[in-house]
Design a binder for this molecule. Structure first.
Ligand code: GLN
Length: 293
């Protein structure tokens, strides 16, 4: 007799991964919570369940990312649907979201203190992928409107589905195109934002990580600029002042060893209050700068 317990005992996968995938199958096929793995571990599984499990197990053994196999990933305070067309959101990018939310709260508190009130705050997420940054911010800050861009139609399709699921479609709009070029469609040239955020492709073309682990299965153009790793960051930094309101903030994610270069680029572009930020692993992961008033 094949039971949940025997599947877990006999799998070639690490136990934590097997539990995640089994819980996923239990949820989609039997609408059971993941606690069923503990409370019903003696349950006999059907042949269909067994076949689906064997397929998932096989795909994982061949390296496919867990997030793609489950079709979703938790990020900040939301759940996102993900698939092979988009980068899998990383925990370190939550730092960028928290920085953005802090900045928005700062603006709102200042306005309250001055008894001013803007219609809405506007932010730009360049290269949104699954919509992770844009939607996490919109979900946590109801006063914000977000414009999110991506050069991949497939990615924007997934981001739009995520916006619909999260009921954020009315406050998040999506533009197809490369970086600021996505905004410059006819009749739409005068955007100025309170905040610009981006997690661009920053891995150098010759970095061996690109051919390891999950990265092998992710869209390469979401990971690398096919050059030094710094070209997209440079494009974003160079165009930011023209798209920020005076006093507006730019914050970008970058590689663990790219901080000195990115800080210098921000200074050369004319930013003030240039600040590096560490991720939870202790790496300098984000750099921010403010447009002079
Ligand atoms: N942080 C990701 C990684 O190292 C890369 C994401 C990116 O290039 N923006 O896997």
């Amino acid at each position: 007799m094949t039971t949940l317990r025997s599947l877990l005992n006999e799998t070639g996968l690490p136990k934590n991964e097997a539990r995640l995938l089994l819980a996923h199958l239990l949820e989609i096929h039997l609408q059971l919570p993941k606690s069923a793995l503990l409370t019903h571990d003696g349950m006999e599984v059907s042949n269909t369940f067994l076949e689906e499990w064997q397929l998932l197990e096989q795909r994982r053994l061949q390296g496919e990312p867990i997030a793609y196999l489950m079709g979703k990933r938790g990020f900040h305070a939301i759940d996102l649907m993900v698939g092979p067309g988009v980068l899998i959101p990383r925990p370190e990018t939550e730092l960028l979201v928290d920085l953005g939310l802090d900045e928005l709260n700062r603006i709102i508190n200042n306005e309250n203190a001055l008894n001013e009130s803007k219609h809405s705050l506007t932010i730009l997420d360049l290269g949104t992928g699954s919509g992770a940054i844009a939607l996490a911010i919109a979900a946590s800050q109801p006063k914000v409107r977000v414009v999110a861009t991506d050069a991949s139609q497939a990615a924007l399709g997934i981001a739009q589905q995520n916006a619909a699921h999260l009921k954020l479609k009315d406050r998040v709009s999506f533009c197809l195109g490369h970086w600021y070029g996505a905004l410059h469609t006819p009749g739409n040239t005068h955007y100025r934002f309170d905040l610009i955020l981006s997690n661009p492709p920053y891995i150098a073309a010759n970095d061996p990580h690109l051919s390891k682990g999950d990265l092998r299965f992710e869209p390469q153009n979401a990971l690398t600029d096919f050059g030094s790793g710094l070209t997209c960051l440079a494009t974003i930094i160079d165009g930011a002042l023209a798209h920020l309101k005076p006093g507006g903030l730019l914050a970008v994610e970058h590689g663990f060893d790219q901080s000195p270069h990115v800080l210098e680029q921000l200074a050369l572009a004319g930013f003030q209050d240039i600040t590096p930020h560490r991720d939870l692993a202790g790496h300098w992961r984000v750099a921010s700068g403010r447009k002079p008033i």
